[in-house]
Ligand binder design. Structure first.
Ligand code: ARG
Length: 466
């Protein structure tokens, strides 16, 4: 039986009938739908709409549907319009007429709003666990890398040496922010729309706070018009994840670049690479390329979701059915990305020797040299000019600043003395970035300790939501 056929004299166009169904994708929400239906059924019984016997049989029916849903073939239903219709049909098939009472005082508009919130909440908890593991890996690898150094780049040109740990912690910062955004989204979404009815609020005096608490929400939504048409939580979720995807695409890009023969800073783990069907020598960074590529899909889905909600009048409009697939696609894509990235990052090998060699040449000590002159009273702009000329001399003479004889140095910078050279070593250059947030080893140790604390806090939060 359809959920709404009474008013109609004609059958639906068969093509339209098939085309408008959301069951092919919203069957993902069956667990959420059953949980929300159970809460609604108990509220109906408390309001005296269902007898105890009816309630018991509905709850048993819902449980049975939950068991059946574990078998994909049992979700085959070419008539179900959506997951709500599917559950009603199954319930009636299992327990008879009492199943039709379940829809008393509710609307699919509040149901989908509730199911989707539960789905997003569950996905956030899942993603947070994955991000926690990834962060654990990044921090542990940063700790293990000790004082190993590598070049940093601006404009992708060698800039200044940094600790490998500093580089890894830069990504940790991004992922900590992503985790914070998801936590923030979770806080705001955790309100229960049940009791909102189709648009104006339920006509039965349902105990909303009990339904809300049963489903693990913090409270009920405040306004039925808003609650039945609000998809802000979905937007925040996909937007937070599109930023996460963008961060992953940056990490992936560096892994791809640094694994090239020309850089050779990282060795790709075979378990996360593939070969070429044509060129026998190849080991390709497909895992990272796919992660970089998936960001496009996620950013696109976030755009499509925003465009769907834009300009919608209050309250529920069927357009909102179109908000589901971007949410599913983004959640599922990012669960995969987080897991693969975490696996890759724990398996990738760093070639510290190559990194060290690259960090020790290419004039990445030039700014430190200019600061040495500045500390001797030369205005920085002039110091910059003098060291620039010294660099030019080195380029012409195929050497580094440290190889330059002192009298040549003095020809550009008479203020320089023998001490000049002690400011050029890798250790000296690293150590002089001794400001909070800088790459001096003592600062990086401090940053690592702080990262550990934040990680512990994050895990504590996860535990609370488990
Ligand atoms: N499948 C619908 C959706 O996802 C459920 C809500 C339908 N409500 C309605 N008034 N037709 O939006």
């Amino acid at each position: 039986m359809k959920m709404w056929a009474g008013r109609f004299r004609q059958a639906l166009d068969p093509q339209f009938e098939r085309w408008q169904r959301s069951f092919p994708f919203d069957q993902r929400l069956i667990g959420e739908e059953l949980a929300a239906s159970g809460a609604h059924a108990r509220a109906l019984a408390s309001a005296g709409v269902l007898s105890q016997a009816e309630l018991d049989s509905i709850l048993r029916g819902l449980e049975e549907i939950g068991r059946q849903a574990a078998t994909p073939e049992l979700l085959q239903d070419d008539e179900a319009e959506d997951v709500h219709h599917f559950v009603e049909k199954r319930l009636v098939a299992l327990i008879g007429e009492a199943g039709y009472k379940l829809h008393s005082g509710r609307s699919r508009n509040e149901q989908i709003a509730t199911d989707l919130r539960l789905y997003v909440r569950g996905s956030i908890d899942n993603l947070q666990r994955g991000l926690g593991e990834l962060l654990e890996t990044l921090v542990a690898r940063a700790e293990k890398s000790g004082v190993a150094a590598m070049p940093s780049y601006t404009h992708l040109q060698p800039a200044e040496p940094v600790l490998v740990a500093h580089w890894l912690l830069a990504y940790a910062e991004m992922f900590f922010r992503d985790s914070g955004r998801l936590a923030d989204c979770r806080k705001r979404l955790n309100q229960c729309p049940l009791g909102s009815g189709a648009v104006a609020g339920a006509t039965l005096l349902l105990d909303r706070s009990t339904m809300s608490a049963e489903l693990g929400f913090d409270q009920s939504t405040a306004n039925s018009l808003d609650a039945t048409s609000d998809r802000d939580f979905a937007l925040e979720f996909v937007q937070a994840l599109s930023l996460l995807a963008i961060h992953f695409s940056r990490l992936a890009e560096e892994m791809i670049l640094f694994s090239t023969r020309e850089f050779g800073f990282v060795r790709l783990p075979e378990a996360f690479s593939t070969g070429s069907s044509a060129m026998p020598q190849k080991q390709n960074p497909d895992s990272m390329e796919l992660i970089r590529g998936k960001a496009a899909r996620v950013v696109g889905e976030a755009m499509s979701l925003g465009a769907t909600v834009k300009g919608l009048p209050l309250a529920y409009n069927k357009d909102l059915q179109e908000t589901q697939e971007p949410v599913f696609s983004v959640a599922e894509t990012m669960q995969g990305v987080v897991a693969i990235a975490a696996g890759f990052m724990s398996a990738v090998e760093f070639d510290y020797d190559r990194m060290h060699a690259a960090a020790s040449s290419g004039f990445m000590n030039a700014m430190a040299a200019a600061h040495y002159l500045a500390a001797r009273g030369v205005p920085f702009r002039h110091a910059h000019e003098k060291i620039g000329q010294a660099v030019q001399w080195c380029i012409e003479n195929h050497c580094e600043l440290a190889d330059m004889p002192l009298d040549e140095v003095r020809s550009f910078a008479p203020e320089a003395d023998q001490e000049f050279y002690s400011h050029l070593t890798l250790d000296a250059v690293l150590g002089c970035h001794n400001v909070e947030g800088g790459t001096a080893p003592v600062r990086v140790r401090q940053a690592l300790a702080e990262a550990r604390e934040r990680l512990a806090a994050l895990k504590g939060e996860q535990h609370a939501h488990a």
